[in-house]
Structures are given as structure tokens and as C-alpha cells.
Design a protein around this ligand. Structure first.
Ligand SMILES: [Zn+2]
Length: 413
């Protein structure tokens, strides 16, 4: 039997594994059940024939990184290795196991049921990105069961905290774990016929506008922070227009532009009452950074724009605090690693593949820019990521597993 035939035959095993992973809810923040899911994943790697080890992130680093209220939640990363005799190169597969919090009304038995309905598995994490864990684990099982040897050494990591900032997940892994990959696949960012060869970065700022409180009956005696904020938010349209003129053409022909999203929790702080002039107002800025820009330059430019805008608004005073950033990454997909992967996608799916750059970020940056190795993004994906009724397609899960197996038996590095 070929690995592909094995995978067709064992689709129910893939589904069952994904359901188990979804039922172990790993909501981040705060980082629930990391202990349980990493134990399960390490067992599954062992079952697939890898040497697996679970690493606890040292508490000193956790203390330095996480906010106080999350310190009770330990961080773990799982690493599996398969040494192949005669193989010269090593390929690394990575997926994060944390999921975003749940809100809204879910059908299909709730967010952590893993219920299957007409070819779809429902639940938080099915698409982002526990389907990738299940697909890869089944691909490795298929190779082992059919006696087919990968042409490269294999490393697999399942890491924490991608939904916050990856510092204790993929960030910890590339800086501290005993890995030595030549190539990496982060198993999200590309799906279907699209292989991901880069992603945008972000700069997140929180802006607080400072006014002066006064009694609501004599508003002229105060400085209304909400009104100043409104003026500042309107002024930011000017920066949006500047950014819209900047373009980057991705390999699939899509023209990408930097974006600005104004959001956050609008708060007037203490004294935010109907009969009080608000002394504080705050909002957030989500600046998406193109693969051809840098996070530092984007932040500098944004802060300069804010400062200039503030100067034009009478009595406006702000503080802008950086929440976090993630770097963009992009690799021209000419390297054989990319073209071989594209060929595997085309053979398994019987359709032409494309290379895309993802507007959202993922953990590719750590491998591509910190380890400086060719890195692509590909996985089964799904619908409604970070939303209600998130789901993954059984057909796509099996196709991704076949593509991983195909790459492992095709590419020697
Ligand atoms: Zn994700």
C-alpha cells in the first residue's frame, strides 16, 4: 500500500485524532491545558516513530515574559525527531497548539465538541491549527506503516503561544531547543492550491489621550479627551492614505498594501460618567507591515505621524505605548524546496499551485529570519478562524497529509 492509499483508508483516524485535540481546549490567553495537550502530542509523535521530548519553558523566562495573571499557567513545547540513515538534510515541521478564546453562539455541540457534520469537523482550533497536527501525525504514521522512508531527517515541533506573541513558543524553540533544520514548514498560512512564502508583520500601539476632567455642566472648564481622540482618529485617515500608495506585488500577482486598523477598548478611565468631561480616552492601532518594510521603520513613521497630528489639535496630549510587534518575512519561491513543494501540491490536488504572501502573521518569521533557512507555510486550514463555528474539512485534512508524505518522500534537500 502507498502512503496516499493508507491515508485515504485511515481518514477516520485522522478525524478521531483531531477531535481529541479539539476537546483538549488550549485557550490562550491564559494558556489552558498546555500540560495535557503536550503530553498527548508527545505520545502521538512516539507512536509515529519519532523520539519525542517535551520541554518546560524555564520559570525565570516565563516570569519575565507573561503578565502576572498568567503565571500559574506553565509553558511547554514538544519536539520530535526522526533520524534517517544516509540523509544529509533535515526538515522541520512546526505548528502551534494554542487557540484563541471563544465567544458567540456555536452550533454543532459547542466550541470544544469536535463534532463532525457532512465532511466538516467543528470546533475552536480545527482550522487554526490543530488540523495541521493531525494531518502531519497521520502522514508520519502512513510512512511508517507502509515502510516508506523519508529522504530527510525529520524534526517536528508543537509550540505554545502563537496567538499571543510566540516568545515562549516558536521563539523559545529557535533560540533554545536542540534543533538543526535546513528547511522548515510552518503548517499554516498557505492552504488549498496556495503555498505561503511570506507574511506581513505588525506593530501594535495603544494610544492614550489625556484631557482634564470637569463637571458636565461646565464642559469648557475641562479638556475633553474623547473629543481630542476623535480628532486624532480622523487625522489618521491621512496616514492610511499615505500607506495605501505603497505597494508590494506578491508572486501570485496580488498587490499588497500596508494597512492601519483603529480599534481597541475605548475607555474614558475613572470618572467616565455622563455628567463628567472625560479626562482619558484610549484606542489601539494595528499597523500591518509589508514584507518589504521593517517593523522599526513602520513604528517610527507612525509615531511621527501621530506627533504631527497631535500638534495640530489644540490642547491634545497623548502617550503611545507599544503593545507588541511581529516581523514580516518573505522568500522568493525560486529555491527547489519551494518548487518541489508546489509540485507535491499539484500532484496530490491535480490543480495548478500558486505562491502567496499572507496578510496575517504566523511563526514562519522565526525559522526564515532567525534561523535563516528556506521556510514555507502550508496546511489544511479551514473556515472561520478566530470566529464562531470554526471548521476544518476532512477532505483537505487528508490532502494535506498526503502532501506532507509526498514531500518527505520526494525532497532530499
Ligand atoms: Zn494559527
Amino acid at each position: 500500500m502507498t502512503p496516499a492509499a493508507y491515508l485515504d483508508h485511515h481518514a477516520p483516524d485522522l478525524t478521531a485524532l483531531l477531535r481529541r485535540l479539539v476537546r483538549t481546549s488550549t485557550v490562550n490567553p491564559p494558556g489552558e491545558n498546555y500540560d495535557m495537550i503536550t503530553a498527548l502530542l508527545a505520545d502521538e509523535l512516539t507512536r509515529a516513530g519519532l523520539k519525542a521530548r517535551r520541554y518546560t519553558v524555564p520559570s525565570a523566562l516565563v516570569k519575565k515574559t507573561l503578565p502576572q495573571e498568567q503565571l500559574g499557567f506553565s509553558r511547554y513545547n514538544v519536539l520530535g525527531k526522526l533520524a534517517v540513515r544516509g540523509a544529509k538534510k533535515t526538515i522541520h515541521f512546526n505548528a502551534h497548539y494554542d487557540v484563541v478564546p471563544v465567544s458567540g453562539m456555536w452550533r454543532h455541540g459547542g466550541a470544544f465538541s469536535g463534532m463532525v457534520d457532512r465532511g466538516w469537523i467543528y470546533g475552536r482550533g480545527t482550522a487554526d491549527m490543530k488540523g495541521s497536527h493531525a494531518a502531519l501525525l497521520l502522514a508520519l504514521r502512513a510512512l511508517r506503516a507502509t515502510g516508506v522512508t523519508p529522504r530527510m531527517n525529520v524534526e517536528v515541533s508543537f509550540t505554545a503561544d502563537e496567538e499571543t506573541d510566540s516568545a515562549l513558543g516558536a521563539g523559545w524553540l529557535v533560540r533554545h531547543a536542540p534543533i538543526k533544520p535546513d528547511y522548515a514548514i510552518v503548517m499554516e498560512g498557505g492552504e488549498g492550491n496556495a503555498v505561503c512564502c511570506g507574511h506581513n508583520g505588525v506593530v501594535w500601539l495603544n494610544v492614550t489621550v489625556h484631557g482634564r476632567a470637569a463637571h458636565g455642566s461646565v464642559p469648557h472648564k475641562g479638556v475633553n479627551a474623547l473629543e481630542k481622540m476623535a480628532a486624532l482618529v480622523r487625522a489618521l485617515d491621512g496616514h492610511k492614505k499615505q500607506l495605501a500608495r505603497r505597494t508590494f506585488a506578491a508572486p501570485d500577482g496580488k498587490v499588497m498594501r500596508p494597512t492601519l486598523n483603529i480599534g481597541g477598548i475605548f475607555s474614558s478611565g475613572e470618572g467616565g460618567k455622563i455628567n463628567t468631561v472625560p479626562a482619558l480616552a484610549s484606542f489601539s492601532i494595528d499597523r500591518r507591515v509589508l514584507a518589504v518594510e521593517t517593523v522599526a521603520a513602520a513604528e517610527r513613521e507612525l509615531r511621527a505621524f501621530l506627533a504631527a497630528a497631535v500638534r495640530k489639535i489644540p490642547q491634545c496630549r497623548i502617550t503611545a505605548r507599544k503593545v507588541s510587534h511581529n516581523h514580516p518575512t518573505f522568500h522568493r519561491p525560486a529555491h527547489p524546496f519551494f518548487t518541489t513543494m508546489a509540485g507535491c501540491v499539484e500532484r496530490v490536488r491535480s490543480e495548478k499551485s500558486v505562491f502567496r504572501v499572507s496578510t496575517g502573521f504566523n511563526d514562519m518569521y522565526f525559522f526564515a529570519e532567525e534561523l535563516k533557512i528556506p521556510t514555507l507555510g502550508y496546511g489544511p486550514g479551514g473556515d472561520n478562524c478566530h470566529a464562531v463555528d470554526e471548521r476544518a474539512s476532512v477532505k483537505e485534512l487528508v490532502a494535506s497529509a498526503k502532501i506532507y508524505a509526498e514531500l518527505l518522500t520526494t525532497f532530499a534537500g
